[in-house]
Design a binder for this molecule. Structure first.
Ligand code: NAP
Length: 636
């Protein structure tokens, strides 16, 4: 292993003879990224002991023996194209390697002026801060002038199979040649991204002359057979239907890694997965399924702006590791999905339409329909039948606006109801180890989506309410009232109680919406991951419950004394808000009961493992500090 241990004094600058490249402040970029990456268990990365301008635009990739255990990207600092990222990777679990990737490994060494040396993770941990570690930490050297490596050494990759005994051998992936079969949307985006990540790309097309212009100049576009000959790793970016047309290439493809990126048009479309089909056509090749969950758009725009995970599976560990490393250098997070049998599942993933949202959406739609019909009967049908008044104009705005808060409010209470039912079950059976029924399990798992839909309906209700005075019907009604008042010669129509009711109603509603927004924002993975467990449960549980209580106040102030007004019972139907109060009030009441010390203590003990009727044995230590032979049984 070639370690270049000497460092540079802080602030020293090195010449950067790379024309036309703009360098961002890496240290400030590091600080910016910490917030975003705070969720991952990565120890803080101190500022680099060199100025931003000293950093050469390449990317540092991470390789380890088990790519599936990748923790993530520690730092990313966007530099200019065609070297978009500077990556420092750090793992807390086991020593990992930082190694040089990007164009430097493959490029002629005379153009590689600066580079980082490989640094063992243990050294990273030893130094409390990189700055404190001073000049001995990173080695940034001028390869031409330092003379630390001979020209011959320079021709070899810095990290490679020549590692010292006992150290993991690392195959440098960036800089290697990667093949792409096909010249469509996906192939083009893939080629661009591979080139940007420092790979040499050779594209195999049936018509290279026509397609060459679509690819970056750094990528070589040639005939399929020529492309396949030049590389060991080939991305097959053609549709399954056309796999058989590649059979002529079977001989040249023998022994190579084929990456199947294909998707289907329907879930479980074929008996066997596309990857298995490809493997059956090319038995002499090693097939790896991967990259199909990444869209061409994500590939082009960078892993930052799209889904970062690349699901990979194969029956060959070595091939899987190679593809995982390529994905990692490209800025994606490879996820090891095991053997080829998982390919079918991986191929189904991009075809699923919001699977976690199905039940909550149907629930919201069902509630909406029920409340809408109920409100329609009360607000439109009743006046039409009883008073022969045409109030159908109310349907698009008013009826919808009285329905939305009902849905939002009930949905919010449904977020907390399964928790109450789970607690009841635990109290009843005196254990937390008994499985909940499936429906309750499902319900508990969908709370986030139910909460988000509640927020969505509440936000719509707010917008609708703000727009109410804009309606022409509202203006006519106002004028009508003013005329009536003038005719009746009424000077003062101010009703103090109504004024107060409205003020409180609006204020409480705004607070409830604010709290719901907070809940919605903190349920987003990027925000949720930046919170520790206590912060998350405080916001989602405590503040969420407060939001439910405030929403109840909002509903009660809306109803005020109308619940006792006979005229409000149209067709003997009670006002809608009285119905909506049922579930939330049950939840609030249950929460109040659970907070009673006798109930809470029991629940707490159950949640810490206590079980009704089970005895836990304690062996008491003797006075001498040794364990006595006597056992004490205790039903804690
Ligand atoms: P595309 O634009 O239609 O490109 C397909 C390419 O396949 C063609 O450009 C063609 O390139 C090549 N090909 C080879 N043999 C062929 C034949 N016999 N008939 C027709 N074309 C042939 O499709 P794509 O969107 O790039 O998708 C390619 C693969 O990537 C598919 O399996 C797809 O499921 C997968 N994928 C795509 C996306 C995406 O966002 N587009 C995302 C995930 C996965 P030459 O004419 O140069 O040979």
């Amino acid at each position: 292993m070639a370690f270049l241990a000497e460092g540079i004094p802080r602030g020293d600058s090195f010449p950067l003879p790379v024309p036309g490249l703009r360098h961002q402040g890496v240290n400030s970029a590091l600080e910016g990224e910490r917030g975003e990456e705070a969720a991952s268990p990565i120890s803080p990365i101190p500022p680099l002991p060199c100025r931003a301008e000293d950093l050469f635009p390449f990317s540092l990739g991470r390789t380890e023996r088990s790519p599936g255990r990748c923790i993530g990207v520690g730092v990313k600092a966007a530099l200019d194209k065609p070297f978009p990222y500077l990556n420092l990777f750090q793992s807390q679990q086991e020593p990992v390697w930082l190694h040089l990737t990007g164009p430097l490994l493959g490029a002629p060494w005379e153009t590689a002026v600066l580079f980082f040396s490989a640094v063992r993770h243990s050294e990273l941990k030893c130094s409390s801060s990189l700055a404190a570690a001073g000049p001995s930490f990173f080695r940034i050297c001028n390869a031409d002038t330092d003379g630390l490596m001979s020209g011959g050494d320079m021709a070899k990759p810095l990290l490679g199979h020549g590692s010292t005994e006992g150290e993991p051998s690392i195959t440098p992936v960036a800089g290697r040649t990667v093949g792409v079969l096909g010249s469509g949307d996906f192939a083009r985006s893939l080629a661009i991204r591979l080139v940007c990540s420092g790979f040499k790309v050779v594209v195999g097309s049936r018509n290279p002359k026509r397609k060459a212009g679509l690819f970056p100049s750094a990528a070589e576009v040639t005939f399929q057979v020529e492309a396949v000959k030049k590389t060991d790793v080939i991305f097959v970016a053609v549709f399954r239907e056309h796999y058989s047309t590649l059979c002529d290439l079977a001989d040249v493809l023998a022994g190579k890694i084929l990456v199947d990126v294909s998707n289907n048009t329907e879930i479980n479309h074929h008996k066997e997965s596309n990857a298995e089909y490809l493997a059956s056509l090319f038995p002499a090749c090693t097939v790896v399924k991967g990259f199909n969950v990444v869209s061409a758009w994500t590939l082009q725009s960078g892993a930052r702006d799209g889904n970062k995970q690349v699901l990979i599976c194969s029956n060959n560990q070595e091939a899987k590791r190679t593809v995982a490393e390529i994905a990692q250098v490209m800025g994606f997070t490879p996820v090891d999905m095991g053997c080829m049998a998982s390919a079918r599942e991986i191929e189904n993933i991009p075809l699923r339409l919001l699977p976690a949202w199905k039940i909550p959406t149907f629930l919201a739609l069902g509630l909406f329909l029920c409340f809408f019909t109920y409100n329609l009967v009360r607000q439109v049908i009743h006046p039409y039948i009883r008073e022969n008044k045409n109030k159908f104009y109310k349907i698009p705005v008013e009826v919808v606006n009285t329905t939305l808060p009902c849905v939002a409010y009930v949905m919010l209470s449904l977020v907390y109801l399964p928790g109450v039912l789970a607690a009841c079950s635990q109290l009843y059976y005196g254990t937390k180890y008994r499985r909940f029924p499936d429906w309750l399990d499902q319900w508990l798992q969908h709370r986030k989506q139910i909460g988000l839909l509640s927020f969505f309906c509440a936000a719509l209700h707010a917008v609708y309410s703000l727009c109410l005075p804009m309606r022409r019907s509202h203006r006519y009604q106002l004028i009508e009232m003013a005329v009536k008042q003038a005719v009746e010669k009424k000077m003062n129509i101010w009703v103090e109680e109504e004024v107060w009711r409205m003020e409180i109603y609006i204020s409480v509603g705004i607070i409830a919406l604010g709290l719901l927004s907070l809940l919605a924002i903190t349920s987003l993975p990027s925000i949720a991951n930046s919170l520790n467990w206590r912060e998350f449960s405080f916001i989602q549980s405590t503040l969420g419950f407060i939001a439910l209580v405030i929403s109840t106040l909002h509903t009660l102030t809306y109803g005020w004394s109308r619940a006792f007004d006979e005229n409000q019972y149209k067709f003997y139907l009670p006002p809608t808000y009285t119905l909506t109060l049922l579930v939330p009030c049950t939840v609030i009441l249950a929460k109040v009961v659970f907070s009673l010390p006798c109930v809470w203590q029991r629940l707490l003990r159950i949640r810490r493992g206590w079980e009704k009727g089970r005895y836990v044995k304690f062996i008491l230590p003797s006075a001498t500090g040794e364990y006595s032979s006597g056992e004490t049984s205790s039903n804690v």
